[in-house]
Design a protein. Structure first.
Length: 503
């Protein structure tokens, strides 16, 4: 908790795109700065061609929002920025306005970390003064996009491992120190049992694992001497890396040292394979370990693993019980960005009725959804069966009819007989934190419980089950009307609801 203040010692308010500040200046100049606005953060496609994502990053969002303020050095820097004419970009009165913003007045709702989520569902909803809601966009996306991506990748790898331990070994290949820390945290949320990243262990309480590298073996006269020296130094941490010279000979030498360890009251924990044909080598290594009297010694595998390779090795019968996954996990190698976006969906002046906002596009997937959105997740016979995105201004009728926004023909009716829960929960009210932040282990437990209750078909990597995630019928119809209106085909009509919605 409070990771960002501990690392940076000052607020990250300037960790934003310049256009957030130029828009904020424009809002201020035109008198729209205090206009009430609603934004939603969401993604449009499931990552990795899969069937779901695992929400992560909220705890760092909380740190960022709690510490939000413009310091004297921040304002001094902004005063140096100039426009194309060489004149100051921001007038001093605007900078004074920012300096007086000693905190935020936002209402923030979010999906708890560890929740299984789907495209077009709001992961974070921000409501409040337009300037404030606009400025926070960039870092919210930065924090949620990356950690959600890595937590999802980790969940996929752990699913492929079928209950085996997965260790995150990616710091050396991560995108900088920040990327390494965020990846270690998100990978733990996604199901990894431990990390090699010691700073992540300190900051987040994640178990840390590691023994020795090839350099340890190479600095001694021979491999046997290297293993013996390590056993003398750390008899309670002996997993020997056996592929420096000849992998199977390395396993035999590990068995020799293991017997000496046992005579001293310790045990050989395992061997690690880091190259070659991992299926063949692990099968042969298992034979050597078992025949040598070490059936409980683990075989740890590494070497550019991901969920596809883990699944393949499992299919080949590789007796690997611990998987060290690094590069392809912490860099999300096959999809380096989630693609989350942050869109305005409603606004109003003072206490006036809400006005819906919608973004159009030639691509249907990029047409935004208007309203003050929330998600209702429904169950049936102990498993999740559908998600309904609805507008709180319109309300959620019973029974609830959800419509697939992709074609408008597939519908599902859900009644009060279906147990359900609301996914967005209050995080901030008027800038004050109202959320009890769970521990990292509680977040992991939520992810595990969520995946257990999602229909098994949705866990498939390449052909996800058609889990219904749709718009409530009234919201679907509203969106269609607004699309036509925005394209000049209709005038629209007033729509009462909630706090007096209108479009």
């Amino acid at each position: 908790m409070d990771t960002l203040p501990a690392l940076y010692r000052h607020p990250l308010t300037l960790a934003t795109d310049l256009y957030q500040l130029t828009m904020a200046y424009g809002y201020w100049k035109t008198g729209a700065a205090s206009r009430d606005a609603v934004f939603h953060l969401f993604f449009r496609k499931n990552p990795f061609g899969g069937g779901y994502a695992v929400a992560a990053g909220l705890d760092h969002v909380i740190d960022y929002l709690r510490e939000f303020r413009f310091g004297e050095e921040d304002l001094a820097y902004l005063a140096t920025l100039t426009g194309a004419d060489g004149e100051r970009l921001f007038e001093q009165a605007f900078l004074d306005h920012l300096g007086g913003m000693t905190g935020l007045d936002l209402d923030v709702d979010a999906v708890p970390e560890g929740t299984v989520v789907f495209p077009h569902e709001p992961l974070v909803r921000v409501r409040g003064p337009l300037v404030q809601a606009q400025i926070v966009e960039t870092l919210l996306l930065n924090l949620v996009n990356f950690q959600t991506l890595i937590a999802t990748k980790a969940a996929r790898v752990c699913l492929a491992a079928k209950g085996d331990q997965v260790l995150e070994f990616g710091l050396r290949r991560a995108q900088g120190i920040d990327g390494g820390l965020a990846a270690s945290r998100a990978a733990y949320i996604g199901g990894c049992a431990a990390t090699s990243n010691v700073l992540a262990g300190k900051l987040f309480g994640i178990p840390v694992k590691g023994t020795h590298a090839h350099s340890w073996v190479m600095v001694f006269e021979d491999e046997l001497e290297a293993f013996e020296a390590y056993a003398d130094a750390m008899p309670n941490n002996c997993v020997f890396l056996v592929d420096t010279y000849d992998t199977l000979e390395g396993v035999r030498r590990a068995v020799t040292v293991g017997r000496r360890l046992r005579e001293r009251g310790h045990e050989l924990l395992g061997v690690r394979l880091d190259s070659g044909d991992l299926a063949y080598l692990s099968i042969e290594a298992r034979k050597i370990l078992d025949e040598g009297g070490f059936p409980g010694a683990a075989i740890v595998a590494s070497n550019d693993l991901d969920e596809v390779l883990v699944e393949s090795l499992k299919h080949q019968g590789a007796p690997i019980s611990v998987w060290g996954v690094g590069t392809k996990l912490v860099t999300a190698y096959d999809q380096p960005a989630l693609g989350g976006v942050y869109k305005l969906s409603a606004w109003r002046d003072g206490g006036a009725p809400w006005r819906y906002s919608i973004k159009l596009s030639e691509q249907a997937i990029k047409v935004s959804t208007p309203g003050m959105l929330n998600i209702r997740r429904f169950e049936e016979a102990g498993v999740y069966v559908a998600d309904c995105v609805y507008d709180e201004l319109l309300g959620l009728p019973q029974p609830c009819v959800i419509i697939d926004p992709a074609d408008g023909t597939r519908r599902k009716v859900l009644t009060p007989a279906n147990p359900s829960e609301q996914l967005l929960v209050p995080i901030f009210r008027g800038g004050s934190l109202v959320y009890e932040r769970p521990t990292l282990d509680e977040i992991r437990a939520r992810r595990e419980a969520q995946l257990a209750k999602v229909h098994a078909g949705i866990k498939r990597f390449h052909y996800p089950h058609q889990y219904p995630v749709g718009l409530e019928a009234g919201l679907y119809e509203l969106k269609q009307e607004l699309v036509l209106e925005a394209r000049g085909f209709g005038k629209g009509k007033a729509a009462a609801g909630g706090e007096g919605g209108a479009r």
